[in-house]
Design a binder for this molecule. Structure first.
Ligand code: FES
Ligand code: FES
Length: 142
């Protein structure tokens, strides 16, 4: 469908032109995590100030879904409070499980393009990798 084509384009755009790819100089919350099903690895870094994520970056090796998801995630959480970022990770995993989410509370933005991944169980781990790493980083930091 047209929507699937659009979503594919959004995912490929994040894959080819990743937002926030790179590493910070100096202090940051850093988490490395691998996807046990394929061995691909991602590093997420968060700048945390006053209980807020002020900036986020990622580097890693992975498939288009995992890297596009990391790009979207780093964009989505900038400026969120730590609790809000964790809540967003939970909502994202609900979406990947095909569950309903509160649209009033949660503006999907580009993340919407990943909803179709929910149909492919093998790829859900790809899509959630960066989000799990982000959540772990915040929990470790607390
Ligand atoms: Fe991620 Fe195949 S490329 S599951
Ligand atoms: Fe390894 Fe998708 S196939 S992260």
């Amino acid at each position: 469908s047209k929507l699937d084509t659009l979503y594919r384009q959004v995912i490929m755009d994040h894959y080819k032109n990743p937002r926030n790819r790179g590493e910070f100089d100096g202090d940051s919350v850093t988490v490395n995590m691998n996807n046990p099903t394929c061995g691909d690895r991602i590093q997420i870094q968060l700048k945390v100030n006053d209980d807020k994520v002020t900036d986020a970056k990622f580097v890693g090796e992975g498939c288009s879904i995992s890297l596009a998801s990391a790009s979207m995630m780093t964009q989505a959480i900038k400026g969120l409070k730590l609790d809000e970022a964790v809540a967003m990770a939970h909502i994202f995993s609900d979406i990947m499980l095909g569950k309903e989410y509160d649209e009033e509370r949660f503006d999907l933005g580009d993340i919407e393009a990943l909803q179709g991944v929910a149909k492919f169980p093998a790829r859900i781990k790809c899509a959630t990798l960066a989000w799990k790493a982000m959540e772990k980083g915040i929990n470790d930091h607390k």
